[in-house]
Design a protein. Structure first.
Length: 225
């Protein structure tokens, strides 16, 4: 029921249904729901072509730029100083950090973020270079204990194949004024969901859930008619 590692490269609409094509095979259905980011949708060949306003919208919604990093410590040392672990800086490269230690965990975990221009600048650096910068910036914000990092994990969203950026789409100026009415609007038998189509909380999981509720009701109504 779920086919993994099989990116869709074409979606064809017919009078009675749709055909979804990938390297692992073709699937026929009455309706198709597309949930990937707009910049990824542009890799799919649609037949017939999408209406201009829909394709125009997708062309004008690139993903933002962000790198997320997790730094682990033997203990949440910042709490010993009566600090929350949340800090931001305008002089460093790491935009901000947050206490992400799970409840009840004796270790300490900080979440760090490179955002915008900083993420663009650091995306092509090595993991070791980013790690060194994280240690430097967190030390400046929370103290020298940050140098005693025990583990480091990162996700460079700007280099992700299937979500090339984050956290959400960054529509170009005037996009919603000219194309916004097609954001969640069905295109024939193709329906659109995903956090980028959420009427609220776009870029967050809440936006994805809201879009799922909307499109599920939309498809069920069509199948029942």
């Amino acid at each position: 029921r779920v086919i993994l590692a099989s990116p869709v490269h074409a979606i064809e609409q017919h009078n009675t249904g749709v055909t979804v094509r990938s390297e692992k095979g073709d699937w026929n259905a009455q309706r198709a729901i597309v949930t990937v980011a707009p910049s990824v949708v542009n890799r799919i060949l649609f037949s017939p072509n999408l209406p201009y306003k829909k394709s125009g919208l997708l062309q004008r919604m690139p993903m933002g730029s962000v790198i997320k990093c997790y730094a682990a410590y033997e203990r949440p040392f910042w709490r010993e100083k009566k600090l929350s672990g949340q800090a931001s800086t305008t002089t460093g490269q790491l935009e901000a950090c947050f206490d992400s230690t799970p409840p009840g965990c004796e270790k300490g975990i900080l979440l760090g973020i490179f955002g915008g221009e900083r993420a663009q600048q650091w995306s092509d650096h090595t993991p070791e270079e980013r790690r060194t910068q994280v240690i430097k910036d967190v030390s400046n914000m929370l103290g020298a204990e940050a140098e005693n990092m025990t583990d480091y994990v990162e996700n460079v969203w700007t280099r992700e194949t299937w979500s090339p950026g984050g956290y959400c789409c960054m529509p170009t100026p005037g996009t919603f004024a000219s194309f916004g009415d097609t954001l969640g609007e069905a295109t024939g038998r193709i329906h659109w969901a995903g956090t980028s189509t959420g009427d609220k909380f776009s870029g967050y999981v809440e936006g994805a859930f809201r879009s799922a509720d909307r499109v599920a009701k939309e498809v069920m109504e069509q199948l029942a008619s």
